[in-house]
Design a protein around this ligand. Structure first.
Ligand code: NAD
Ligand code: IPM
Ligand code: MN
Length: 360
């Protein structure tokens, strides 16, 4: 199979972890006889420094002309004082919008090997397998107006939450479709006791649910959901929610796995194309130190192979290799206080497991 992959390293630990992901993809290509052609694109602070804008047109074109993208992370203190349209994060939001990547999958799996690393009790996290389906191209992230303005004679500010019904429905369909092939339960998370957008969300969920008779639907208010994720995460199968709620709940849920450095994601637009990235950010506090956990990015490459290329065996192979290295006790600093290994060492350990698995 010949495929084009655009890598978008970005800022902070982005270049280090994308290097890891690329190395894993290259090994998969070599061992399974595929040809992955890599090209790189500028995004975020790196793009601002090189071109003056967080998402150059050339980057969009490179992504559009490839079969999948692998992104590291964007942002950092260097660019925090930039005006809104020239912030690194704007580049990420803009690429999601330009490529219509409305469905963001954030699987949260408690691996047996990491049960002790979670800050939650083993019996609470053991066996957790939640798929968070986050709306990614609408809501308060994109609504207009968004501005500082005078309100009642004093300094004020406006952000706007906008959804079209069709945007809510298409995302809910994806969530139900995943539930059909998983645990057949959807928890739709909203704030319907306060927000009109959430009341429409709830109506849409009820309507979409009628198309999936084998799947049960439950509505949950977001404040309760934040609590339930910590109290009893095993009650969730597919958790579907709007953009901002999904952002916050996925960082929270990551601690079930032991570290934010473990959570991968896929951003999809309904075609085979996808953009894959770890859920975490650019971790400026450890950037350039070869300390970052590359497993969220490596797990994102497995999602890339599965969802964009249909390479299920190869995807499984990567996930099993991750499991194996963790079972053998390899830990980056985010997962242990003692004997931490580096980003590069962890990447090499995963690659070694992939090779062992294929040659055995
Ligand atoms: P962050 O996710 O970058 O870091 C939060 C904490 O988790 C830090 O202590 C960091 O060291 C740790 N961490 C994150 N990923 C890790 C990994 N792979 N291995 C080990 N430790 C890891 O969130 P933040 O500090 O709130 O944000 C920093 C910057 O990242 C900001 O500019 C923010 O806008 C940006 N950000 C970008 C993305 C993205 O590109 N998708 C996501 C979130 C935040
Ligand atoms: C994420 C990040 C982004 C988001 C930021 C950096 C724009 O937090 O991918 O989770 O809020 O979507
Ligand atoms: Mn986030």
């Amino acid at each position: 199979m010949i495929k084009k992959i655009t890598t978008l390293p970005g800022d902070g630990i982005g270049p280090e972890i994308v290097e890891s992901g690329k190395a894993v993809l290259q090994v998969i290509a070599d061992l399974y006889g595929h040809q992955f052609e890599f090209q790189e694109g500028l995004i975020g602070g790196a793009a601002i420094d090189a071109t003056g804008v967080p998402l150059p047109d050339e980057t969009i074109e490179r992504c559009q002309s490839s079969d999948a993208c692998l992104l590291g992370a964007v942002g950092g203190p260097k660019w925090d004082q930039q005006p809104p349209h020239l912030r690194p994060e704007k580049g990420l939001l803009a690429i999601r919008q330009a490529l219509n990547l409305y469905a963001n999958l954030r699987p949260v799996q408690a691996l047996d090997a990491l049960i002790e690393e979670s800050t939650l009790k083993p019996e609470v996290v053991s066996g957790v397998d939640v798929l968070i389906v986050r709306e990614l191209t609408g809501g308060i992230y994109f609504g207009e107006p968004r501005e500082r303005r005078t309100i009642d004679g004093e300094e004020g500010v406006v952000d706007t939450l906008v959804y079209k019904k069709s945007e809510i429905e298409r995302l809910l369909h994806r969530a139900f479709q995943f539930a059909e092939i998983r645990g057949k339960h959807v928890t739709s998370v909203d704030k319907a006791n306060v927000l009109e957008s959430s009341r429409m969300w709830r109506e849409c969920a009820n309507e979409v649910a009628t198309h999936y008779p084998s799947v049960t639907l439950e509505h949950m208010l977001v404040d309760n959901a934040a609590m339930q994720l910590i109290r009893q995460p095993k009650q969730f199968d597919v958790l579907v929610t709007e953009n901002l709620f999904g952002d916050i709940l996925s960082d929270e849920a990551s601690m079930i796995t032991g570290s934010l450095g473990m959570l991968p994601s896929a951003s999809l637009n309904g075609t085979a194309f996808g953009l894959y990235e770890p859920v975490h950010g650019s971790a400026p506090d450890i950037a350039g130190l070869n300390q970052a956990n590359p497993l969220a990015t490596i797990a994102s490459t497995a999602m890339l192979l599965r969802y964009s290329f249909g390479l299920l065996e190869e995807a499984d192979c990567i996930e099993q290799a991750i499991n194996q290295v963790l079972l053998k006790g390899y830990r980056t600093a985010d997962l242990t206080n003692a004997n931490a290994i580096s980003t590069e060492e962890m990447t090499k350990a995963v690659i070694k497991e992939i090779k062992v698995a294929i040659h055995s």
